[in-house]
Design a protein around this ligand. Structure first.
Ligand SMILES: Cc1cc2nc3c(=O)[nH]c(=O)nc-3n(C[C@H](O)[C@H](O)[C@H](O)COP(=O)(O)O)c2cc1C
Length: 219
């Protein structure tokens, strides 16, 4: 069994998303003792900013006529798609940055999404079990002052569950900046509860991810 794990934190040494994803991974590997975990660290090894335009334009050019940059980009897209298609389960750890999706994740998705197996006509990921771990420095829950400002989580759900058709579960931990940003000190107790709940949720999601099989109805 193979688990594909993607991380997008730009501060891996102190990363809350990595810690939560570690809990998911631990549970998954404890069920699948002979498992393989393939990793892609998007901040440590970013997708080149020019890869997407070259991969898209490569799609309009016969293979023999492609430029070296277009060939490289198409090959990169195939590698990214291989990692997803060949895995039995997928784990994504993606923080909220600047009220939107991580630019590293967006660059990765855009390039991967040019591969014919998982492009708008592709179906290779439908029904595949996946867990998304997302962390947010603030709190955007209903009734909070910045409700609606998290433009990352809804987009991630849209592309992973609705576009690619993954069988997606989401573990979310808001308020990771409590204890870091003194302006949020009043939320210390609430944040501690949220953290503990998210850790429980991550463990549960890992156990569940290990047991889930691809949804056959969507294959
Ligand atoms: C450059 C930068 C921008 C950020 N922008 C936001 C933001 O718009 N909203 C928010 O709630 N948190 C924001 N954060 C806080 C991160 O979401 C938070 O620190 C999260 O825990 C980072 O993920 P990590 O712990 O896995 O590294 C930002 C952090 C950084 C470094």
């Amino acid at each position: 069994m193979t688990l594909f794990r993607l991380d997008a934190s730009i501060f891996p040494a102190t990363s809350a998303s990595r810690s939560l994803a570690d809990l998911v991974e631990e549970q998954w590997t404890s069920v699948h003792a002979d498992s393989v975990v393939t990793r892609r660290d998007l901040a440590g090894d970013p997708i080149p900013a020019t890869a997407w335009q070259n991969a898209v334009s490569a799609g309009f050019v016969p293979e023999a006529d492609r430029t070296p940059d277009q060939r490289d980009a198409a090959a990169l897209a195939a590698t990214l798609a291989d990692e997803l298609v060949s895995a039995d389960a997928l784990l994504f750890a993606v923080p909220l940055y600047n009220y939107g999706v991580s630019q590293h994740f967006k660059a990765w998705f855009d390039v991967a999404y040019t591969d014919p197996r998982i492009n708008p006509q592709g179906t290779a990921l439908r029904g595949k079990p996946a867990t998304l771990v997302t962390v947010l420095g603030g709190n955007y829950d209903p009734g909070t002052p910045k409700e609606g400002w998290d433009h990352s989580t809804p987009w991630l759900r849209r592309v992973l569950a609705d576009v690619w058709g993954l069988d997606l579960r989401v573990v979310s931990r808001p308020f990771t900046l409590v204890g870091v940003n003194p302006a949020l000190d009043a939320f210390a107790e609430q944040a501690a509860t949220i953290k503990a709940d998210a850790e429980d949720g991550a463990r549960e999601s890992g156990r569940e991810l290990a047991k889930r099989r691809p949804r056959t109805s969507a294959a």
